[in-house]
Design a protein around this ligand. Structure first.
Ligand code: RP5
Length: 168
């Protein structure tokens, strides 16, 4: 069974390379904040295609409910995982050196009809929002998470109010 800190993982956070971790850790920070158990691991669509296929095909039976997949450049991981599971897949375009992540974004977002990947913004903001989207999906059947998301939004709004106060 997939587990994190002794609890059944509900979310899998995967990335094409360890070099994606600085971005993808933002998704994990959100899951930590909401006390959602997750697995995290490097799985490369190009360097470990067999591992990717095994992971995708077994994820549902392992109890995973949402997959967050980050990749950069020729970012095939989210789409190829989505092709092999009916779990929701959220794709995070990691900023690349050569093309600043536009290559990653376009690789992930332009899926053919029938195999969806919910694609976020490029980079850390996208990873943060991927974590929040996963929490939102889980909150459909988890009242505690629904309440915690409401509280999170109140905190965001309070932060804006505070920034206004600092303008004077
Ligand atoms: C992609 O290639 C990875 O997702 C990463 O963003 C990019 C570069 O990988 P490394 O060469 O840094 O391992 O597969």
């Amino acid at each position: 069974m997939a587990e994190e800190k002794g609890r059944q993982a509900q979310v899998a956070v995967i990335m094409g390379s360890a070099s994606d971790w600085e971005t993808m850790r933002k998704a994990c920070e959100v899951l930590d904040r909401f006390h959602v158990a997750y697995d995290k691991r490097v799985i490369s669509a190009h360097r470990t295609p067999g591992l990717m296929a095994d992971f995708a095909r077994e994820a549902r039976s392992r109890g995973i409910k949402v997959i967050i997949a980050g990749a950069g450049g020729a970012a095939h991981l989210p789409g190829m995982v989505a092709a092999q599971t009916t779990l929701p897949v959220i794709g995070v375009p990691v900023r690349s050196h050569a093309l600043s992540g536009m290559d990653s974004l376009l690789s992930i977002v332009q899926m053919p009809a029938g195999i969806p990947v919910a694609t976020t913004a490029i980079g850390p903001a996208g990873a943060t929002n991927a974590g929040l989207l996963a929490v939102s999906m889980l909150s459909l059947v988890d009242g505690r998470l629904a309440g915690d998301l409401e509280e999170y939004r109140r905190e965001l709004a309070a932060g804006v109010e505070e920034s206004n106060a600092e303008l004077v």
